[in-house]
Design a protein around this ligand. Sequence first.
Ligand code: SF4
Length: 491
Amino acid sequence: MKVYIKNVKYEYELKMLYHSFSRKEVDFYSISDHIESDKGDYIAIHEESGSNPSTINVSVTSNIDNNNYYYTEVCPDISKEVKNAYKRCLYRVLSSVFNRNLPWGILTGIRPVKIYNELRKTASVLPYLTEDSIKNEISSKHLISDEKIELMKTISNIQKPVIDSINDQSYSIYICIPFCPSRCNYCSFFSNDINKKGHLRDSYIDALETEINSVMQEEWVQGKRLDSIYVGGGTPTALKDYQIEKLMIFLNSKFDFSKIKEITYEAGRPDTITEANLRILKKYGVNRISINPQSMVDETLKKIGRLHNSSEIEQVFNLAREVGFDNINMDIILGLQDEDVTSVRHTLSKIRDLNPDSITMHTLSIKKASTLHQNIDYEELERQEHNIQQMVEIVYECMNNMNFTPYYLYRQKNILGGFENVGFSRPGKESWYNIIIMEELQNILAFGSGSVSRFVYPEENRIEKVTNIRNLEEYINRTQDMVNRKRLEMK
Ligand code: SF4
């Protein structure tokens, strides 16, 4: 397929939108490139000044399988609005060609609920902006389905108390432990195999402590309120028991845990969870953990590169309850290799029996850095794309039956069927950190290799990211640089 566009600066997002309909190759050209002589299938998006000088006319013409499509609209002469008009034009043609709509319409961004929250913020000073007009605005601008707008609204309602309690004197902390016992085939995170780099864990913890110590002495952090700590990775339970204990003692010495709303420690891989490390986490104040099976089908676990089976997941989950954890999340992924609707039902029934406090549903997204991408099987992908809607519906139905409510949501590039990732929880067990990171509500100081700090400037509607070095050895040797990077941003 060839797509001709007048303004080539919109190519990237238009390409993403195209690939939400089809994973086949598409070539983009400037509209000045011989469109008149094109005899094959094409789509062309045109742009010209409107009759009113502050408007632009955007239109699309196309010839696909000898069918011609035409659509036009007038939009304000503002780059963001014109880009959306281009996307709507392309969407109209593609939804007609492929005979389907996308649940999230033309939205290619990863934080849909942020749109809803921002419109609600505007509505608080513009009383004529009602819930209905917010819905209409989202629907006409982004072509999002009614069902997904309702989902945005539900999540926005749940998030409101968190949003209201945030101020610029509060922040959260993320700590990255970039070690895993093996590589999952869908993973694109920067993580180190403990069999190759495990010997660096001691020096890594020392470097982490140095980075945290130095940053916490900075003037710009003093007097601020710490709301949550999230230890993620990688697999933080891939540390040895004495290393976890050393880290937890250090964190307890730096922060008053009794005043922090949430301290999450990802215990992602069941093959790294033991009674001993769970007891250490409990003893030092961790109040939320995440055990992430992704699937409860043993064959799938083998295929994705896990070194454990489903009954081990059940054992460690029960162990965590016995140790006293009353806030446990479980992650699942829909669309894993060779899985079908029956596999998803099986996984959900097993997880339902365990009765966790929250469940995060991910829809598979094929990341370039994953081994899945390197060995991509397009036939399998097409099959999964076909099944994904039913899988997603089954999860929503199950969450509803469990009285779990969606509380945060995000989307990713190349996500199957253009769907979403959603965190569901029982009331009161919503993760604070998940909400603030997805909605970009407060500063996050991130420590450790590959971690990304986020500095939020709400007045200027601006977020700045400060990234730490990914390479483990470099991070250990250049820890002070990581402190300087954050200081530069905060000066
Ligand atoms: S456990 Fe998580 S971070 Fe580690 S390889 Fe698997 S998906 Fe990636």
